[in-house]
Design a protein around this ligand. Structure first.
Ligand SMILES: Nc1ncnc2c1ncn2[C@@H]1O[C@H](COP(=O)(O)OP(=O)(O)OP(=O)(O)O)[C@@H](O)[C@H]1O
Length: 341
């Protein structure tokens, strides 16, 4: 269990600064997820916390103890990567026990920890197997088990599920959520590209953009109250619809944003346009409507009885759900709007 604090942390590779002054607090026991576009510095930030890269300037502390110069092995961290790198000739049990053996842990304690972790990850039936006799998801659970037995203060995950197929990703995601609940108090930081992983696993999400923190908040805070156009467009799938120019003028904003689920199709509505395409997902559908803006609006509709391509429809946005942004892409928050009115 550790409270992690970063103060004005910077990292340069040669002349290239990739982490540009990050201030961040991860609370003890918190599950923090880093998201952001490719190359924004998520993995680098994680590796700085792990000690796999040196911090160029600024301070990293765990429970107020400065970590900058401490080697990874003395930070009390465990890290799980995308590639699980198990020893192919060792059984699951030995793979999980190996680090403890190297550290001189006695056999009874090694046994106990491996069996507890295996139980937690539903690996007990596989302890005597070799990695090649396991599925990808089981192998990744062994890699997680190997990290658990070290009893870390801080758990770091770098896209641990990205090599798994869709069904295994879901199953392993649930395991990780359970793991966090059962390891009360272990601080976890998790890097992902996956919207659903970020939204479902995180206590809070940290959105990074080009080496700086753009916004930190609970998944719902970011979804419902993004501070910027960037976060609004990054969090949520399908992406929030954006309209500018003549579409946003009477809302007093440079750009307005509205999510697919906050509009209704019908006979009456603020916008009219023609359907260009529908995607049927089973329980609901996404209808793409060209209203003459740069991009078609994506409207979510329950069920699968969607209007046909070429049909003219009206769209009624829920005005309380409109997001307004200024010319710099900063959100004009609704409470501020109300205050100003
Ligand atoms: N060892 C290195 N030497 C030089 N440049 C590096 C090094 N490691 C990372 N970078 C650069 O730092 C920037 C951030 O990389 P990083 O891997 O942290 O991004 P990321 O957000 O994790 O990206 P992705 O989502 O694609 O994995 C990139 O421009 C990358 O090319």
């Amino acid at each position: 269990m550790a409270h992690i604090q970063l103060a004005d942390v910077r990292k340069s590779f040669g002349a290239l600064e990739v982490i540009k002054g990050v201030d961040l607090e991860v609370r003890s026991g918190e599950f923090m997820v880093f998201v952001g576009p490719s190359g924004c510095g998520k993995s680098t930030l994680l590796r700085l916390i792990a000690g796999l890269e040196d911090i160029s300037s600024g301070t990293l502390a765990f429970d107020s103890e400065v970590m900058n110069r401490l080697p990874p092995a003395r930070r009390g961290i465990a890290m799980v990567f995308q590639s699980y790198a198990l020893y192919p000739h060792m059984t699951v049990f030995d793979n999980m026990a190996f680090g403890m053996k190297l550290a001189g842990q006695d056999k009874a304690e090694r046994d106990r920890r491996v069996r507890d972790a295996a139980e937690m990850l539903q690996l007990t039936p596989y302890l005597e197997r070799l990695p090649r006799q396991l599925s990808g998801g089981q192998r990744q659970r062994v890699a997680i088990g190997r990290a658990i037995v070290r009893d870390p203060r801080v758990f770091l995950f770098d896209e641990p599920l990205s090599n798994l197929d869709a069904a295994l990703r879901v199953a392993t995601r649930l395991e990780i959520a359970k793991l966090h609940r059962s390891m009360h108090g272990t601080t976890m930081i998790y890097v992902t590209h996956d919207q659903v992983e970020a939204m479902t696993l995180a206590d809070r999400i940290c959105v990074l953009r080009d080496g700086v923190v753009e916004q930190i908040g609970t998944p719902l805070e970011l979804y419902e109250r993004p501070n910027s156009l960037f976060v609004a467009g990054f969090i949520g799938s399908p992406q929030m619809n954006f309209l500018s120019g003549r579409f946003s003028e009477d809302f007093g904003a440079h750009t307005i944003g509205i999510r697919a689920e906050h509009m209704a199709l019908g006979q009456e509505g603020r916008w009219r346009g023609s359907v260009v395409h529908s995607e049927m997902l089973g329980s609901d559908s996404y209808v793409y409507v060209d209203i003459g803006a740069a991009e078609p609006l994506v409207v979510r509709q329950e069920g699968t009885a969607t209007p046909k391509p070429g049909e003219t429809v009206a769209i009624a946005p829920q005005e309380s759900e409109l997001h307004r942004f200024d010319a710099n892409g900063r959100a004009l928050h609704r409470n501020l709007m109300k205050g100003a009115a």
